[in-house]
Design a protein. Structure first.
Length: 269
């Protein structure tokens, strides 16, 4: 099935649907990606057209399939210690100056398959060794959250993890698990994952955080959705807490209550 198998009208229907559900603006150049990721679902249901698949999704009678579509269209590439300057800042400007007896909490708000959350866990375990801490990872995709909870990765995914952390916080698989890596139980026990749609108000039970990482997801949002997402997250950031976005992103024009500390790193007054 090629790009030509979906009409412009059908693609527009899916653009509106994924925007309504997840706030993602799927540009016209993503047509090939959409066809590539959803064509197996059409074959699964023996559908001949994307219109048939769309009608099933829009009917409201297939919530599990709707989640499957969201999973397929929102899964993003990530890796350990991505954009390392943010972790340097976390270590030097936040963790090494932390003096409070309260639990230090970090939210990886677009955690995908968990590499960012476990990177944060390694940093906190290393630099807050005798203090309580907790990581929460969230994503809209249930598929990647299941991978994240397992904390089990191919060895070719570990580039970027310092050797010291590899030996201290990771277990190398043997026999049937050869060529894989498992995040240690010590770290996994302090990292939790849950499904959160950032375009909707976030439940107060999630609690408050000293740092929120919202990296490499706002590039998929238009300005209105960016504003909505930031406003949904800010009530969960403590006064004086830090808000960190991806290097290709900016909060310019959002009129948020945050103060820029340096590019991509903000602080709540």
């Amino acid at each position: 099935m090629s790009e030509s198998m979906i009409t412009d009208q059908e693609f527009a229907l899916f653009q509106r649907l994924i925007y309504k559900i997840a706030g993602i603006s799927l540009s016209d150049v993503k047509k090939v990606l959409l066809v590539g990721r959803l064509q197996k679902r059409l074959r699964h249901y023996n559908f001949d057209t994307f219109s048939q698949y769309y009608r099933m999704l829009a009917s409201g009678n297939a919530p599990d399939e709707l989640q499957t579509m969201v999973d397929l269209l929102t899964t993003n590439e990530t890796y350990f210690f991505r954009e390392p300057k943010h972790f340097d800042f976390l270590r030097d400007e936040i963790l090494l100056k932390w003096r409070s007896p309260t639990t230090f909490r970090v939210w990886s708000a677009a955690s995908s398959s968990g590499e960012e959350a476990y990177t944060l866990a390694m940093m906190l375990a290393e630099h807050l060794p005798n203090k309580p801490w907790e990581i929460v990872g969230s994503d809209i995709s249930t598929q990647v959250l299941e991978k994240a909870r397992r904390g089990h990765y191919p060895l070719n995914r570990i580039e970027g993890i310092p050797p010291k952390f590899l030996s201290k916080y990771c277990l190398k698989g043997v026999r049937s698990q050869a060529n894989t890596l498992l995040i240690s139980n010590e770290l996994r026990s302090q990292v939790s994952f849950q499904q959160v749609n950032l375009t909707l108000p976030v439940d107060r039970s999630l609690g408050m955080f000293e740092v929120i990482f919202l990296r490499n997801v706002m590039i998929y949002f238009d300005m209105e959705t960016k504003r909505k997402v930031v406003n949904n997250l800010l009530p969960h950031l403590v006064p004086g807490g830090h808000f960190i976005i991806g290097h290709s992103e900016t909060l310019n024009g959002l009129d948020s209550a945050l103060t820029a500390m340096r590019p991509t790193i903000y602080r709540k007054p």
